[in-house]
Design a protein around this ligand. Structure first.
Ligand code: TV1
Ligand code: CA
Ligand code: ZN
Length: 394
């Protein structure tokens, strides 16, 4: 079994439905659900499935989604026909009257209802696996869709599986810590729990002329400082080109202090892989191992963890990252050379595919974004976060 063993003393569960990966946002759209197929192939190629409980999850039901979302919005998603569908019937009028924007973040595509309910179903099943004590670390790579609002799709996200999972966790746990290492601000999750101190949200992201534009240093929760939730939104706005060393330093310092002060009973970790160097949309310079150190650091606190996906727009690197992080969860060390027998191995191969190495390897080394900050900016940022954390008293 490739030397992969079950972890001693704790259980890891993996929640997934292979139908998700069959959906397409459109050929030019950066969100590629098939990155989940690549991820799963690496996970299985390395034999990591021997070390976890595997679950083929069911789609979430309408009533489960309605615990956060508006019924009218959900019915729209459920019954809307994709443009391709409409086009078949009204091709001529459509070409005459409709300007179809090529940069539509949230297109209506075939099977959209199946897609959103499958992504959410996996995350809700993972949350249930934790709350029922069946597992200690539950993984749902198709989840992590942090921008979706109560009645509005935003930034490639239609249904907010994270909010729904946290709502479920709140039935059992008193304090939930949400940590978001996607390169974008976790605005939808922050907004949903803005007025409560039972959920603390902590997002690391690029800030300044970047989607969604929120998550600045003064975005800390409701401004009346006696209101519940005041100071329980913590944001770490970052500049282009942040590297492994600086990110690890900030992440450990701020996340460590947050866990110490807030004392969560469970942690939800959104592992968006668009914070990697070489991402098609992101602007950071992280290597896979540095991204993974965030997962390792969170795990080292021995609390139940819900591990979610999110962004990630260079599919071969998304798969590498999430496979590496699955291995960290089960406590396995993987050989850097990718398994030779996985389907689609060519997707990971060759200099023209990015790694520049003779054999496809798990780590990536070629990074691209110029650094636009100085050491003192990081110090200021960390000090400001610590000031905010001092305002949280239990
Ligand atoms: C269709 C085709 C849509 C090509 C969108 C990049 C496209 C983008 C496309 C794109 C693109 C964004 C904005 C638009 C402000 C809006 C999963 C009015 C080459 C969690 C979502 C980013 C990130 C949205 C999601 C962003 C996540 N960037 N090509 N769209 N304008 N939208 O900037 O956090 O990773 O880029
Ligand atoms: Ca983030
Ligand atoms: Zn993102």
């Amino acid at each position: 079994q490739n030397g992969i063993e079950r972890p001693q003393g704790y259980t890891v569960s993996f929640h997934y439905n292979p139908e998700v990966e069959q959906h397409h946002f459109g050929s030019k759209h950066p969100m590629k659900p098939w990155r989940l197929q690549l991820t799963k192939q690496l996970v299985f190629g390395y034999g990591l499935h021997y070390a976890m409980d595997l679950n083929e999850s069911l789609p979430a039901s309408m009533s489960e989604l309605a615990r956060f979302h508006d019924n009218d919005y959900l019915n729209f998603l459920r019954y809307i026909k994709s443009p391709a569908d409409i086009q078949k019937r009204h091709r001529e009028e459509l070409n005459r009257y409709v300007f179809t924007d090529e940069f539509n973040d949230c297109p209506i595509f075939d099977g959209i209802w199946d897609y959103v309910t499958l992504c959410t179903g996996a995350t809700l099943e993972a949350a249930h696996s934790l709350s029922s004590g069946q597992s200690d670390i539950a993984i749902s790579w198709s989840g992590g869709l942090h921008h979706a609002k109560k009645r509005q799709a935003s930034g490639f996200c239609y249904v907010n599986d994270i909010v729904l999972a946290i709502q479920h966790l709140l039935e059992k746990y008193v304090r939930v810590l949400y940590i978001d290492i996607d390169v974008h601000h976790g605005d939808g999750v922050e907004a949903a729990f803005f007025n409560t101190d039972r959920v603390m949200t902590l997002s690391y992201h690029k800030y300044g002329e970047f989607f969604p534009g929120t998550g600045g240093p003064d975005d800390t929760g409701p401004k009346g400082y006696t209101e519940p939730g005041a100071y329980f939104s913590l944001n770490v706005p970052l500049e282009d080109g942040i590297d492994d060393k600086d990110y690890e330093w900030l992440f450990r310092r701020i996340t460590g202090k947050t866990i110490e002060v807030y004392r969560p009973e469970v942690i939800v970790l959104q592992c968006g892989a668009d914070s990697l160097g070489g991402d098609r949309l992101g602007k950071f310079n992280l290597n896979i191992k540095a991204h993974g150190k965030c997962v390792e650091f969170v795990k080292s606190h021995n609390l139940p963890i819900l591990i979610l996906g999110g962004g990630g727009y260079t599919p071969r690197n998304v798969a590498r990252t999430w496979c590496h992080e699955t291995a960290l969860c089960v406590g396995a060390t993987l050989h850097d050379e990718l398994p030779s027998f996985i389907p689609y191995r060519q997707a990971f191969e060759g200099p023209s595919h990015g790694s520049g190495l003779l054999y496809p390897e798990l780590n990536i080394k070629r990074l691209s974004h110029p650094k636009t900050y100085e050491r003192k900016d990081l110090e200021t940022c960390a000090a400001r976060c610590e000031d905010q954390l001092r305002c949280i008293a239990h």
